[in-house]
Design a protein around this ligand. Structure first.
Ligand code: HEC
Ligand code: HEC
Length: 421
């Protein structure tokens, strides 16, 4: 911190007369702002060999918007992660084939995450995508059905073959039934029974196709990036000492940032240029399902997931995954901890929290201010959040800052199925 302050003193001259109306942050606060922008390119994923492959992204984009991947034929990823609704759905809890228990997370900047889902039960973007496809409330499909959809569509079959090699002999329906998957703890489920008729080698071949579907979808999701918000222009203005760019953030929004990074302590969890530390905390927001164990359950699920990153589907031979999963249980996670969501585009993704239980951004700020109804903390939990007792003006400032993180300027070519050649 200290050496940074010294460097900055050289870079940033004391506020000149033309700056005083536009720039209200102290030099220390400006220094802090530099740590929140720019957001770099998404990190690589060595467990996914096609992560940065444009053909895979295009194939994955088609799959993302394709309702044929669902059991009933009318659900795609975009049913819930709708680009027109900031890659969420505007509902408190997700609804496709059946009502789900959780709020749809927006997909902005997912490629920066280490763990996925509110409880982090997935450790790669590609393995995350496999869950909704087989969830009976979401796509309600099966890996065999999905493999057949790809085999039966000439364009998909070609795209797949170019990226991953030939598909297994799926037209042999005696070996590869139309639907099937191992349904956890339900051996009598028709999907489990169909799956059980297959040889282990054929099951593995279908699992490979399934993992490759996830890897292609992840390559598409890597493009869903938001990093040119007014806040970013402002920080660029600080770096370049450009008064015009500094005006991208109103004095109110600047005071809001000072609160966020100062007495609000929001930055303890919403840290860094994606405004999330990617880890798990309790923000004490009450829900109907206060008993949801959150992160400890997520860790258990992750450990037994055959598609986790230390398993045979990881393209780096499991190296990254072995390190990641070795440390995942330490420190011990406490019940009630959930993934810190990004705050980028947060003004566009109401309602809020893991069950969508807080309707508006105003209500979120009011909750952090009063902590009315806050869940009690576990005895050994981190004690970060205290009631802030914000004045009306401070709440307005914090809101102005949160709204300054809005940038939905994703190129139109990513907002629907890929244009056909
Ligand atoms: C029925 C609505 C629905 C459908 C369909 C759906 N999702 Fe989701 N998505 C959700 C919900 C709800 C969550 C949070 C669930 C949880 O944490 O338990 C979520 C979470 C995610 C996450 C985790 C984000 C993060 O920051 O950790 C990603 C990535 C994602 N979905 C991608 C997809 C993809 C890809 C598909 C299609 C294969 C898909 N979703 C289909 C509702 C849906
Ligand atoms: C102790 C860590 C922590 C601190 C400190 C914290 N948050 Fe959060 N925040 C979270 C977690 C975890 C969630 C998701 C909780 C859930 O869904 O149950 C969240 C959710 C949110 C959401 C809803 C996002 C969404 O997509 O649903 C907003 C907005 C938000 N926080 C803003 C703030 C602001 C503003 C502050 C400071 C006043 C703050 N947070 C302080 C951890 C924290």
């Amino acid at each position: 911190m200290l050496h940074l302050a010294a460097t900055l003193a050289l870079v940033l001259p004391a506020a000149g007369p033309q700056e005083t109306d536009a720039l209200v942050l102290t030099p220390e606060q400006r220094e802090l702002a530099l740590e929140f922008s720019p957001l770099p390119d998404p990190p690589p994923d060595p467990t996914n060999a096609v992560y940065e492959n444009e053909d895979a992204a295009r194939f994955g984009q088609a799959l993302f918007f394709d309702t044929r991947l669902s059991g009933p034929g009318n659900v795609s990823c975009a049913t819930c992660h709708d680009p027109a609704q900031s890659f969420s759905d505007g509902r408190p809890r997700a609804m496709a084939v059946k009502l789900g228990p959780k709020h749809t997370m927006s997909l902005w900047n997912v490629a920066y995450g280490r763990w996925f889902f509110w409880n982090g039960r997935k450790d790669s973007l590609w393995s995350q995508a496999l869950t909704p496809l087989e969830d009976f409330r979401e796509h309600a499909s099966s890996r065999l059905q999905i493999a057949h959809v790809i085999a039966d569509d000439a364009k998909y079959r070609d795209a797949y073959a170019t990226l991953f090699g030939a598909l297994p002999a799926l037209d042999d329906t005696a070996r590869f039934p139309a639907e099937g998957r191992p349904v956890y703890r339900q051996p009598e489920h028709p999907h489990s029974q169909a799956w059980a008729t297959m040889t282990a080698a054929d099951q593995n071949a279908v699992d490979d196709v399934f993992a490759n579907v996830g890897k292609s979808i992840a390559a598409y999701e890597r493009n869903i990036v938001s990093r040119h918000a007014p806040f970013d222009v402002f920080v660029e203005g600080l770096r370049e000492n450009d008064a015009e760019k500094q005006r991208a953030l109103s004095p109110s929004a600047q005071r809001g940032f000072a609160l966020f990074a100062g007495k609000g302590k929001c930055l303890v969890c919403h840290d860094g240029p994606n405004f999330s530390d990617g880890e798990f905390h309790s923000n004490r927001a009450p829900t109907e399902e206060n008993a949801d164990p959150g992160r400890p359950f997520g860790v258990r699920e992750l450990m037994r997931d055959p598609f986790n990153t230390r398993g045979r589907h990881a393209d780096d031979g499991g190296e990254v995954g072995r390190q990641k999963l070795e440390i995942v249980g330490r420190p011990v996670h406490l019940p009630g901890e959930f993934k810190t969501p990004t705050l980028r585009n947060v003004a566009r993704t109401a309602p809020y929290m893991r069950e969508g239980q807080i309707a508006t951004l105003e209500d979120v700020v009011e909750f952090y201010s009063s902590l009315d109804g806050a869940l009690p903390l576990h005895r050994s939990s981190e004690q970060i959040l205290q009631p802030l007792h914000l004045t009306d003006e401070e709440q307005a400032d914090l809101l102005a800052f949160l709204r300054s993180l809005t940038d939905e300027s994703l190129p139109a070519r990513f907002l629907g199925p890929p244009a056909s050649d």
